[in-house]
Write a protein that binds this ligand. Structure first.
Ligand code: NAD
Ligand code: UDP
Length: 335
């Protein structure tokens, strides 16, 4: 693995393979995507500011000759030769994206603009990781791509939701004005190995709390629902959309339509871990969506994609991952 610590040191990449830039590649989803692209023999440059991403997520990729990474914030322009761009850069967990909401908005808007301009200069195909949050607190259930959503532009989630909506608009306009080959995926709640133990999202919180024997924190009464997709299914969906022929330039939902209340998720994790943790109730965060479930008719019809990993199986491997993480941390403390 060649490690480039400063964007000033960027070198042209070898031209023998597809040169793929993955922005946000050190994060949970980005690291799985980099791995998939490297296994396929591509040259992958991960660009990340390491705000929520971790070096640890990239460690297993150092054996791949075609892999390099650079610490760079996509809010700053970048210039290098690329054939394809994936934009996953943006904190995804509510506590993280609300920590510096102005920077979150800048990441989605200015960051996307910088990557779109890079794509124009290179005539590169470009992929945007959008989100089910563009539907806000939805009045239509399940959510099809044609639904315009119910989003508060003036609340704590707005920096993320409106940032992602603006990014979709920019992608649309670059496609119209510059004939750019764009792909836009709307991702529904995804979980799996390489989430941070302190990520703050519901699956990682509940598993880590259960494994540590701490209280399991349900926000609200736990009757709100989410649909949880395992990371391997999601990455397969990314791949099918990015390389779909004929191209699909409109947004596509990728997620698992299996819908569970937050209370059901907590009870399932308690049962699977055998923990003695108590379930406790905390106030519901402002603007927390009541329900969420993807309508995946387009993904099924146009991409032949549907999820294959049941919640129970995905949770089992995620629990095993966090068990290993926590064992490593406690071993370090003993040393
Ligand atoms: P993550 O927080 O683990 O990863 C985001 C990565 O982007 C991190 O490595 C972070 O350091 C990097 N980053 C953030 N701001 C940056 C900036 N300005 N410049 C460069 N790098 C920056 O989150 P994730 O779950 O892997 O999500 C990846 C993408 O998918 C995000 O864009 C997110 O909005 C989207 N998404 C994820 C989910 C999900 O359930 N995981 C759902 C909907 C959308
Ligand atoms: N949630 C919870 N306890 C936690 C973390 C989250 O009850 O410790 C709830 C949260 O209020 C929301 C759901 O779980 O209703 C999903 O939250 P997450 O942050 O994972 O994703 P998002 O709200 O962005 O869908």
């Amino acid at each position: 693995m060649s490690i480039v610590f400063s964007s000033k040191n960027l070198k042209p990449l070898s031209t023998s393979r597809r040169r793929i830039l993955v922005a946000g590649g050190a994060g949970f989803l980005g690291s799985h995507l980099c791995e998939r692209l490297l296994i396929e023999g591509n040259t992958v440059l991960c660009v990340d500011n390491f705000s929520t991403g971790r070096l640890e997520n990239l460690r297993h990729l150092r054996g791949f000759e075609g892999f390099s990474f650079v610490r760079h914030d996509i809010v700053e322009p970048l210039d290098l030769p690329v054939d394809e761009i994936y934009n996953l850069a943006c904190p995804a967990s509510p506590p993280h994206y609300q920590l510096d909401p102005i920077h979150t908005m800048k990441t989605s808007v200015i960051g996307s603009l910088n990557l779109l301009e890079l794509a124009v200069r290179n005539q590169a195909r470009i992929f945007q990781a959008s989100t089910s949050e563009v539907y806000g607190d939805p009045h239509v259930h399940p959510q099809p791509e044609a639904y315009w959503g119910n989003v508060n532009s003036f609340g704590p989630r707005a920096c993320y939701d409106e940032g992602k909506r603006s990014a979709e608009t920019l992608f649309y306009d670059f496609h119209k004005q510059h004939r750019l080959d764009i792909r836009v995926v709307r991702i529904f709640n995804t979980y799996g190995p390489r989430m941070r133990p302190d990520d703050g999202r519901v699956v990682s919180n509940f598993i880590v709390q259960a494994l540590k024997g701490e209280d399991i924190t349900i926000y609200g009464d736990g009757s709100q629902s989410r649909s949880f997709c395992y990371v391997d299914d999601l990455i397969e969906g990314f791949h099918r959309l990015m390389y779909a022929e004929p191209a699909i330039h409109t947004p596509v939902n990728i997620g698992n339509p299996g819908e569970f209340t937050v209370r059901e998720l907590a009870e399932r994790i308690v049962a699977m871990t055998g923990t003695k943790s108590k379930i406790v109730y905390h106030p519901l965060p402002v603007d927390d969506p009541r329900q969420r479930r993807p309508d995946i008719s387009i993904a099924k019809k146009e991409l032949g994609w549907e999820p294959t990993v049941a919640l129970e199986d995905g949770l089992r491997s995620t629990i095993a991952y966090f068990e290993r993480q926590l064992t490593k941390t406690s071993a370090k403390l003993v040393e």
